[in-house]
Write a protein that binds this ligand. Structure first.
Ligand code: 6GU
Length: 229
């Protein structure tokens, strides 16, 4: 999969060089290209923002650098990419969307800062690819960079070969609509706390039943919104 990221803080994405995603880049499973939006400006100050029409607080990202950056990325793409703009005003990013996006050949992430990007950029981008505005949740970050890091990790780990043991992708939170069951390792007793005896019983059926109950119980306690009525 090819991933292009446009940002005014490209070094934030240096973190993608480590761990499983870093390995996936080395082996060629992931082709991540990070672009500095300021490289697409032409003035001495490399200006990317300006005051909002109609007044109001803060600054808005100017459309021209975004147009040039998106043109540059789309120009050497074989097929129209999915173009994601992280935004607290977007559709909620979920495991389902992560899975959908993990099947794409080419993703482009446009990281906004300040009060956002000139609205015409989204319309222009829709002529180059399939545009999605995605939000991590109901809180506000200073910019899209941290959200894109989260999305790239959630999507990247679903690409076959990125996570060494594919079974570890199956039994985790949100894959079956429930939170994951609790895990334990040795020692069987630690600081007065014992591992639930069923896990030491060797009875695989009993273990499976217990884990399912734990999933439902935890989901009821922590995330009742995930359960059907
Ligand atoms: Cl995707 N972007 C920003 N700036 N803030 C957020 C977010 C995204 N998701 C939650 N808060």
């Amino acid at each position: 999969m090819r991933i292009d990221v446009v940002s005014i803080f490209p070094t934030i994405f240096d973190a993608l060089e480590v761990s499983l995603l870093g390995k996936a880049r080395q082996t060629g499973l992931l082709d991540v290209r990070v672009h500095d939006l300021r490289d697409y400006t032409h003035d001495r100050h490399r200006t990317v923002d300006d005051t909002p029409y109609g007044g109001g607080a803060g600054m808005v990202m100017k459309p021209e650098p975004w147009g040039l950056a998106l043109d540059d990325i789309a120009q050497d793409a074989a097929e129209p990419p999915v173009i994601v703009f992280p935004s607290p005003a977007g559709e909620r990013f979920t495991q389902k969307i992560a899975r959908e996006l993990s099947h794409e050949d080419h993703l482009v992430f446009g990281c906004g800062r300040y009060e956002g990007i000139d609205e015409r950029v989204f319309d222009y981008a829709a002529g180059l690819g399939r545009v999605r505005l995605l939000s991590l949740g109901d809180y506000v970050l200073n910019g899209g960079e941290v959200a894109v890091m989260a999305m790239v990790e959630a999507i990247g780990r679903l690409i076959p070969g990125v996570v060494g043991n594919p079974e570890s992708l199956v039994e985790e939170s949100h894959e079956d609509g429930l939170l994951e069951y609790p895990s334990f390792t040795k020692p069987a007793s630690w600081r007065g706390r014992d591992v639930p005896p069923v896990l030491l019983s060797g009875n695989h059926g009993a273990v499976a039943t217990w884990r399912r109950e734990q999933q439902i119980e935890r989901t009821r306690e922590r995330r009742p919104d995930l359960l059907p009525d």
